[in-house]
Design a protein around this ligand. Structure first.
Ligand code: FES
Length: 229
């Protein structure tokens, strides 16, 4: 029985496609369609890959901020803060440094903290304002942190007292070794001073605002704190 199926020629001319050239195996329409799809895929990847890297990069990132000695334990009392300079980013000179305010745990004001452990025997407060990130400074006479940019005011433990900041001042893990106080990675806190992974200024951690800024999945290991935050 003759093969009823006709074997299709690979040449477009043999298939009698209008406008076909002799020896051509792909129609110009198919060629242009494929080229357009490849170009579209490349353009989409150029937009999507950086965005995905930005969104999920922190998942694979580890803290490399080493623990830094900021003084002897007797340098810090419970009733006022001592400013210290630490390196936030290594290798970029002064622009990688920041001031941090350090004091000893004070049972009179620090009992509000939900978690007490070996990392908060000393309190280290970040100077980055939680409105837009301006540097705040501590005014001892008022026992307040003041932001000069838009009038943000924080109380002695770093909670917002007035102005536009959306959450308390960030903190740093601390620990004691050989009579020295060491500063570790930064973390953020809500109005009850519960710890959260570090957030950017302007991101609330209370009320409905916290759902507008969901946390980035964060599997970062925090050296010396026994896990991720
Ligand atoms: S940056 Fe501090 S109040 Fe605006």
């Amino acid at each position: 029985m003759a093969d009823r199926k006709q074997i299709k020629s690979k040449y477009t001319a043999d298939r009698q496609i209008p406008g076909a050239f002799e020896g051509e195996t792909v129609t110009r329409r198919a060629f242009m369609t494929t080229t357009g799809q490849v170009a579209g895929g490349v353009a989409a990847a150029a937009f999507l890959l950086p965005a995905l890297g930005f969104a999920f990069g922190p998942v694979f990132e580890e803290y490399h901020q080493p623990w830094q000695v900021v003084g002897n334990t007797e340098d810090f009392g419970p009733d006022t803060y001592v400013p210290r300079t630490i390196n936030l980013v290594e290798g970029i000179g002064d622009s990688g440094k920041s001031t941090v305010y350090v004091r000893k745990f004070n049972p009179r004001v620090d009992q509000v903290m939900k978690k007490q452990d070996e990392y908060n025997n000393y309190i280290a407060i970040s100077t980055s304002c939680m409105h837009l990130g301006c540097p705040v400074h501590y005014v001892n006479a008022a026992q307040r942190f003041i932001c000069p940019c838009h009038g943000g005011v924080y109380d002695f433990v770093g909670k917002v007292q007035g102005g536009p900041p959306v959450r308390p001042l960030d903190r740093f893990y601390t620990r004691v070794a050989d009579g020295k106080v060491l500063i570790g990675p930064r973390f953020s806190v809500n109005s009850e001073l519960q710890r959260f992974s570090p957030r950017d200024p302007g991101e609330p951690l209370d009320g409905v605002g916290q759902y507008l800024y969901p946390s980035t999945p964060d599997l970062r290991k925090i050296p010396g704190t026994g896990g991720s935050q």
